[in-house]
Structure formats: C-alpha cells, structure tokens
Design a binder for this molecule. Structure first.
Ligand code: HEC
Ligand code: HEC
Length: 402
C-alpha cells in the first residue's frame, strides 16, 4: 500500500530536490488526502492518513533513490514450491551427483564462494557463479549476456548444458514421473503429469521467489558513511554511468580490464570445459583462446571491439557473493572497486580518482545494498524433510501407460 501511495503521488521525483521536494511531496499528499475525504471514502482516507503522516518524512529521504527501488515480482506460491523441491534435487543432474543448489548455495547469496565454479563430472568451471537473488528482474543473463529471452530458457540451458547439469530431457521426465511426490505436486499445480516444460516452468517460478528482503538502502536507512558513499557513487565516482537502475546495472557489456584467471588455461579440467564451451558457442579461434571472449559470443568474432567485455553485474547482495567479477579475480569489495582504476581505464572513469577514504565509503554503501540472508524454509528445501529418492516400484509397471 505504501508503495502505491509513493507511486501515485510522486511521479517526477528526479526533477525535485531537497527541501523543496519534501514540501511539494507533503502538499501533494495533503491534496490527495483531501480529495479522498471530500469524495466520501472515509475509511480509506483514515487508512491512508494513518500510514501517510509518519511515512511522509521517510519518503522525502527516499526521493533520489526512486529509480533504484526494486519492484516486487509476483509469483505463484504452489508452483514455486514445486520449483524449490526441483532446485534442491540431485536427480536433475545427469549422474545424480548434484543439484542447482550445489553451486547456487542459499547462505552464499545463491552463489558458491569460489572464484571459478565447479562443473559436471571431472570438469571444472571457468566463470564465477552469479547470485540468483532478483534474477527474475533481469532482462539479460549470464556474464556474457548470451541469453536475452526469458528465465525459462536460461533454466533449460543450465539443465542441459554438458558443463553444468548435463541432463537429458527425456531422462529427466522419466525420473520425475517415477516419484509419487512429483506426480502429486504436478497434478496439484499444473494439472498434468511431470513434463520437461513443467519442470522448467516450476524452476523459473521458484527463481522469481528469490527477492531481496529488508535492504537498508531500500528502507532509506543509510548510515552517514554509506550516505557519503551513495553521493560519491552517483556523483564524482560516476559509478551510475553503468551501475544504474533497480539492480544497479545497465545490462550492457564493458571491458573494464579485469585480468585473466590463468588457471582457465593451465588446468586441464578447466581448459577442457572452456574449449568445449567456446566450440559449442561457435566462437572463432576456440582452440587458441587465451582470454575469455565474453560478450563477443553474441556474434562469435575473435578480433572484435567487445572481445573480453562482460555485462555490468548487479550490485545487490554483494555481502554474500565474494569473490567478485566474471572470473572471481577480486577477493573483496575493496579490490572490486579498485580494480576499475587499475590497468586499462574505461572512458567513463578516465577522470575519476578516488582516495582510500572514498573507496571505503563506497564499500560501506555497497554493503547497504544487501538484505537479510535468504536461508529460511520459504526458499530452502528443509533439511529435516530430505527429498526421498527411493520409492517402491510401480506395481505392474509394464502395463501402466504414460
Ligand atoms: C556446476 C555449477 C552450477 C550448477 C549445478 C548450476 N549453475 Fe547456474 N550458473 C553457474 C554459473 C557458473 C553461471 C554463470 C555462467 C556464465 O555466465 O557463463 C550460472 C548462471 C545461472 C543463471 C544466470 C544468472 C544471471 O544473473 O545471469 C541462472 C538463472 C542459473 N544459473 C540457474 C541455475 C539453475 C536453475 C540450476 C539448476 C537447474 C543451475 N543454475 C545449476 C553455475 C551452476
Ligand atoms: C564502464 C562501466 C562501469 C563503471 C563506470 C563502473 N563499473 Fe563496476 N563493473 C562494471 C563491469 C562491466 C563489471 C564486471 C566486470 C567483469 O566481470 O569482468 C563491474 C563490476 C563491479 C563490481 C563487482 C560486482 C560483482 O558481483 O562481481 C563492483 C563491486 C563494482 N563494479 C562497483 C563499481 C563502483 C563502486 C563504481 C564506481 C566507482 C563502478 N563499479 C563503476 C562496469 C562499470
């Protein structure tokens, strides 16, 4: 309800500043309240009044943050619950050895704490596992932005890609149909037997339920140091030229000069995964690459301007997701910020030079973009209810149609 008042009473926030803004906000609210009363909707007016008066003060604190506020994503609870069971179920990987949650770990902001991720079987990964919190609010996915359609397609890729879950869709369907719990859950939610499309739908619905909760920044509760970090972030630091909007990303690709991770080229298990990926993507010169092509995967060219550029990542929930950057080469937030100013300089940061104190303030601000840990049973399959993976054979199974 508060969000609604906010949205309807203050549209052109960016044009109004400081005390003037606080005044005009209060006046607008006052007028809207009056019109409520005069049109006779008394109870509604009283409700609005009850929230509006103390809220007016808080709202004025918020005004320049408006385009940075998250819009809550709606989702269907029962379908998300089915998705939750699937997300924590090892049977979704080809050899039944791990689940989505093996790499996207709830206590680590749904990333994994590693520089470079694990991968299927004997392979090792070559990219840092990103957070999945607020992933449904994105419109372009993966560090290289190779997926820009919808979350359902991203889920399909994660399931079937030989480097991640290596799952065969036919086997996945058969496995889920053998489990009476899935059979029942599918009937209740989608009114059908377990299908591949249904599994993807449920996983995508579950991903929608992963949303930041109680973030100091969103609640207008920044400490003095975080506030000066925020001023710097959108002012002198010029961070908002790329990290803008509710996820603090413009969803565009840049090469900010992150150094290569040598283990991708030195360690056979990573190198094999890296070459296989680039071959499968149709990237030129895939056998000889000694740098991650990044966003140039979108046109597969080797010597392109966007070679080794990566999509600006979200800056939400960073408290839980170290190490940072597409290859995990920055261990701390301080390293991640400083990295923008070492080596090759991007043009938007060419004239920016920050003192250590300023970098510290930025870090404190960045920490205020993280909310409560998402580790409750609403998003985590409870440990005291292990997913039962053995069940009696269906009686007379040869004559049961499917
Ligand atoms: C072996 C580790 C691993 C497993 C298992 C895994 N992921 Fe991922 N996931 C990653 C990595 C690494 C990336 C980034 C890959 C890239 O950018 O090229 C990623 C990216 C994603 C993204 C895109 C995030 C973004 O912001 O762009 C989504 C969504 C996702 N995974 C969901 C899932 C789901 C659902 C499952 C289970 C079906 C799953 N993942 C299983 C490691 C894993
Ligand atoms: C030119 C665009 C651009 C500007 C300006 C910019 N960044 Fe970034 N930032 C990026 C990109 C792109 C990455 C990811 C690079 C990679 O993974 O190789 C990144 C990564 C980060 C990360 C690591 C996040 C993670 O999850 O890995 C932090 C923290 C960060 N930036 C903070 C800042 C701050 C603070 C400023 C202002 C001083 C800033 N950035 C300015 C584009 C930019």
């Amino acid at each position: 309800m508060l969000e609604k008042i906010w949205a309807t009473t203050v549209a052109p926030v960016n044009s109004v500043k400081g005390a003037d803004f606080a005044m005009s906000f209060t006046n607008k609210k006052y007028f809207s309240l009056r019109s409520f009363v005069t049109t006779g909707i008394r109870t509604k007016a009283i409700m609005v009044l009850a929230c509006a008066l103390p809220f007016g003060v808080q709202a004025s604190k918020k005004h320049d943050n408006a385009s940075y506020q998250l819009t809550p994503v709606t989702y269907k609870q029962p379908l998300a619950k089915l998705g939750k069971r699937l997300f924590f179920d090892n049977r979704l990987s080809g050899d039944v050895s791990f689940s989505c949650a093996s790499c996207h770990i709830p206590s680590k902001g749904f990333s994994d704490g590693l520089s470079l991720s694990d991968a299927y079987g004997p392979l090792e990964g070559f990219r840092n596992t990103p957070t999945l919190i607020n992933v449904a609010s994105k419109s372009i996915w993966f560090h290289d932005g190779r997926m820009g359609t919808n979350l359902n397609d991203v889920v399909r890729d994660q399931l079937t890609d030989a480097i991640w879950m290596n799952m065969d869709m036919r086997i996945m369907q058969e496995r889920s149909k053998q489990d009476p719990v899935y059979v029942e859950m599918f009937k209740q939610t989608l009114g059908q037997e377990p299908t591949n499309g249904g599994i993807r739908k449920a996983l995508a619905e579950y991903l929608k339920s992963l949303q930041s909760k109680n973030v100091a920044f969103d609640q207008g509760e920044l400490s003095a140091q975080a506030k000066s970090g925020w001023q710097l972030f959108k002012g002198e630091g010029n961070c908002t030229s790329c990290h803008s909007g509710s996820l603090f990303t413009d969803e565009k690709a840049y090469n900010i000069g992150v150094a290569e991770a040598p283990e991708i080229y030195n360690e056979p298990a990573r190198s094999a995964a890296f070459i296989a990926f680039n071959m499968f993507m149709g990237n030129e010169n895939y056998m000889n690459l000694r740098a991650d092509p990044g966003a140039s995967v979108q046109h597969h060219r080797y010597n392109a301007d966007d070679f080794s550029s990566f999509i600006t990542p979200t800056l939400r929930e960073l408290k839980y997701t170290a190490p940072y950057m597409h290859n995990g080469s920055a261990e701390s937030l301080k390293d991640a910020v400083n990295l923008h100013f070492s080596g090759k300089r991007i043009s938007s940061l060419k004239n920016v030079s920050l003192s250590e104190e300023q970098v510290n303030n930025l870090v404190v601000f960045l920490e205020a973009l993280s909310g409560d840990p998402l580790t409750g049973n609403d998003v985590v399959w409870p440990e005291d209810k292990p997913i039962r993976r053995s069940y009696p054979v269906i009686p007379d199974w040869q004559n049961v149609s499917n």
